[in-house]
Design a protein around this ligand. Structure first.
Ligand code: ADP
Ligand code: MG
Length: 260
């Protein structure tokens, strides 16, 4: 399915700078993601991919620059020529539209699977328990775990836990889904089920996705566009068939040779 919309980008990075102490990780990063577009970030370890997702998730604070979501300034805005932090309630309103799945599944171990899934829809979106459980049960079915609703996460395999984490993110009905190496912590035989669930979501929804993965075959299948990062910069931006079969930059060629 192609990305269809050419209107306002869903995500805009505008001269984004991120430093940790004296380490500059992103030094004026610009890129845009369109509605429904699935963009995969590739590049060597330490090139800033996780930092980019964590900035979008507001888990990290921008050092400078702006991120826009659907054209609206997110954590900072310009007012009277000055860069000012937006009000927490405005940030929270926008952040609700964004979900993330991490390498480590981060499920609440003291709650059952269905309790994990309905927690945020009830407490953040204000859904009734009944409504949240109905939707949560549908999502568990979607990720192939309808029979695990009342289990505790610790009784599930890593791949099952990760599929619960995906269902939990979807329960918030996100407009944007961020996936950071969601299969990297899994035993190899559990990777396929998780990727199948994500392929299905990619095919059946118009959720905008930013994906970090080492699964290049998967990236090729689901992405509209691949961005190659090196030291916090985009060194190549191409559709997957071009990026994976005829990359232009030597650093991309070297990286792909090492991971494929
Ligand atoms: P990637 O996901 O591409 O491997 P990261 O975004 O995790 O890269 O890291 C980019 C750089 O930022 C690395 O040099 C890393 O050491 C540094 N970094 C990330 N998080 C922190 C942090 N909390 N404190 C200090 N340095 C960090
Ligand atoms: Mg990372």
């Amino acid at each position: 399915m192609p990305a269809t919309d050419t209107g306002t980008p869903v995500i805009t990075f505008d001269d984004v700078v991120k430093r940790f102490g004296r380490t500059t990780v992103l030094d004026g990063l610009n890129f845009q993601v369109d509605k429904g577009e699935r963009v995969t970030l590739i590049g060597p370890s330490g090139s800033g991919k996780t930092t980019i997702l964590r900035l979008v998730m507001t888990l990290e604070d921008l050092t400078d620059g702006y991120i826009y979501i659907d054209g609206e300034p997110f954590t900072y805005e310009q007012r009277n020529g000055r860069r000012v932090r937006r009000k927490p309630k405005d940030v929270a309103r926008i952040a609700q539209r964004i979900g993330m799945v991490f390498q480590q599944f981060n499920l609440f171990p003291n709650m059952t699977v269905i309790e994990n899934i309905v927690e945020a829809p009830i407490h953040v979106l204000g859904q009734s328990k009944e409504e949240a459980v109905t939707r949560g049960t549908e999502l568990l079915d979607l990720v192939g775990l309808a029979d695990k609703a009342d289990e505790h996460p610790t009784r599930l395999s890593g791949g099952q836990q990760q599929r619960v984490a995906i269902a939990r993110a979807l329960a918030m009905d996100p407009e944007i889904l961020l996936l950071d190496e969601v299969t990297s912590a899994l035993d190899p035989e559990l990777v396929g089920d998780v990727l199948n669930v994500l392929r299905n979501i990619a095919q059946t929804t118009d959720i905008t996705m930013l994906i970090v993965t080492h699964e290049m075959q998967f990236a090729q299948e689901v992405s509209h566009r691949v961005l190659m990062f090196d030291q916090g910069r985009i060194i190549e931006d191409a559709p997957p068939d071009v990026m994976f079969s005829s990359p232009q930059e030597q650093r991309t060629k070297d990286f792909l040779k090492a991971v494929l």
